[in-house]
Design a protein around this ligand. Sequence first.
Ligand code: ADP
Length: 634
Amino acid sequence: MKWLLPDGVARLLAARRDIARLLPRAGAALVAASAVVNVLLGLLPVLFVVAGALVLGRVPAAVEGGTGSPAFDALIRAFVLAAASFVGQQILAPAQQALGESVARRIDGRVLDELMDAAMSQPGIAALEDARVVEDLRAAARELESGVQSPGQAGAGLLALGARQIQLLGYVAVVGFAFSWLAAAGLLTAVLLFRHGHVGGLRKYAGARFDLGSQEMGNDYLRNLATSAEAAKEIRVFGLMRWLQDRLHSSYTAWLEPLWKIRRAIYLGPFLWYTLWMVLVSGAALAAIGTGAADGNAGQTLTVFAMVLQAALGALRLAEFYPESDLQTAIGMHAYEAVRRFTDHLDATPADAAGEMRGDEVPEPAGVIHFDHVTFRYPGEDRAVFEDLDLEIPVGSCTALVGLNGAGKTTLVKLLTRLYEPSAGVIRLDGVDIASYPLEAWRAKTAVIFQDFARYEVSAADNVAFGAVHRADDTEGVRRAIEAVGLTGALDALPRGTATPLARHLEGGAELSGGQWQRLALARALFALEHGSSVLVMDEPTASLDVRAEAGFFEEFTSLTRGATTMLISHRFSTVRRADVIVVLDGGRVIERGSHEQLLERDGRYAELFRLQADRFTDDDDGAGHGVPAEVLS
Ligand code: ADP
């Protein structure tokens, strides 16, 4: 069947079929109600034309027969029919709109849910760290939320299009039955061709615009940059305003000029041709109807003339842009295609095995966490971050990871928390592959403060409770964690204490300083430790703390985390040196390990880096400066 259809028509049908497949998301009852209303809205105008013509044709006989005559009764019946079909349209038009909106809202809600489910369903973060996938996710969310036309509106638009098509077929059938099938066919093709030219152009234009999407995103970025509070400081201090304005202008021009060119090419030529065809056919059909009536051919009564003329004009009026469906069906699906592109990526993401479900809880760590000949490369990367890494982390003590930027410290944490799975080798806890534990259970055992920890725009208390959300009711525990990181005073001073939402744009909200946010993240990890986690990983936990706070940090933390297995990544030797074991990573390998004193004695890489730092801070009593520059260590 496919090869019988011209390419454009086949594509159009496929697009319509895709939209129709979205409809069940709105629920059968709602879609059925909307479909019935649209069918009626398609039939009623045709019925009105037929009944109106009957009224007109019956007037002479009714006048002759007088009130009460059968001819008069027939006139009244036709009039009631015409009036009913007219009033019916008036009543149903708002119903069509209201039902359409409900259909659209429900579909959009479901599609958004599907998008969110897909994004959250990934046990790991491989997909979400892939720039292409993130771009598709962003495009999909943007299209769904701010796109003027949504998949839901495409669905509602398709139903509304049904009303117009039924109406067109109704008029054409009236012309065919009452006058001539040739004229009916001519009218139908003229209307369809004109619409094809118009709507097909719209679709091509939408496609072209979508192809320029990355350019448009560039514009969005620049516009957001100009209006965001984040960059406002730098833009002013560095005097970037002028540059930003120029870039915005040139970026918009670079986007609009090709778009205007495409629009001219798409619309102008076809528009002239289709219009010409339309004028010729409709002229011929109307002339034929007119001459038929003038000749007084058999059957050309007043009724038939009025009916055919009205139906022909009604059909020709349908050769126009349909505001309730054309744009929606042409553009709305782009958002859905973006969603599909995103979910397709997810299926293709090979990492993130969800773990063989043994159902056991993870036993308390007793001996050692062992990276046993672990090789790992990021998906799509040739270079391995770790090649045959062999690393033992003793349970119940503090291990610091030291290494230059890019040595693989953060990647190690991602593997330990199973945000990624090793490409080869095994990570064992007391001899058991951690991948054999249920993922959730394993993650409940670990508490991590990433370098780029999350700042949740919820209350301060919830920010802490998220460490063990199943125990969010433990307000005492939350308070203890806040107390432990020294935030009680600062949080109690907020308008609503620890219930204050931590974002200034929220009502009654407040903003914390960088250091306070970091303490809050530490409190979150402590709360997790209190409720079942026993492996604590801290990636640059003191980066935003001042020198004094940092000094206090380690003392407090060692007592608070006693018994827990702690991994510490830090570029501050004042923090690192107090760890029980220090592991120096280089190029994905362990090159040194031992205590601070042992490593200094060994006089290797650690000692070299330590001295480098000490030299820069010669007046630092203990020789452990606080500010090793990030380009040296991270
Ligand atoms: P460190 O924390 O020691 O600075 P990382 O673990 O962040 O090092 O990075 C180790 C290496 O892996 C670096 O070469 C980095 O470029 C690369 N890398 C980190 N994250 C990704 C990622 N999501 N995709 C591809 N490569 C990555």
